[in-house]
Design a protein. Structure first.
Length: 115
C-alpha cells in the first residue's frame, strides 16, 4: 500500500477511535482526559498501534489502556463499520506519556521566562 494511503487510513482510524472512546461506558475510560496521540498502521493494514495519553499522567493512561484493551473487539468492529475498510486492522493500545512531558516542558519554559 502506498505511504499516503497508510497515512490517510491511520488518521481516519485515529479520528474514529477518539469518537468511540467518548461513547465507551467503561469506568476505567470514562471521565478521563484521554488523547489518542498517534496511530501507526502496518504497511499491509493488518495491525495498528494506538498510542494513548492522559493529562493526569502515565499511570492513569495505563489504567485507561486496560479498559480500552478489554473493549478492543467493540472498537475494532465500530472502526470497520464506520470506515468501510476491507480489512480492519488488529488494534493494540499503548500508554504514552508525551502529553505529560510536553506539559512539564511548558512549565519549565514558563519558570525560565519568569526569572
Amino acid at each position: 500500500m502506498a505511504g499516503f494511503r497508510i497515512n490517510r487510513v491511520s488518521e481516519d482510524i485515529r479520528r474514529e477511535i477518539v469518537a468511540i472512546i467518548r461513547e465507551l461506558k467503561d469506568p476505567r475510560v470514562m471521565g478521563k482526559m484521554l488523547t489518542v496521540v498517534r496511530v501507526e498502521v502496518a504497511s499491509d493494514a493488518s495491525f495498528a498501534k494506538v498510542y494513548v495519553s492522559d493529562l493526569k499522567g502515565i499511570e492513569s493512561a495505563k489504567e485507561a489502556v486496560k479498559g480500552l484493551t478489554s473493549a478492543t473487539g467493540y472498537i475494532r468492529r465500530e472502526v470497520g463499520s464506520r470506515l468501510h475498510l476491507r480489512k480492519t486492522p488488529e488494534l493494540k493500545f499503548i500508554a504514552d506519556d508525551s502529553i505529560e512531558q510536553g506539559f512539564n516542558m511548558f512549565k519549565k519554559l514558563e519558570e525560565t521566562r519568569g526569572e
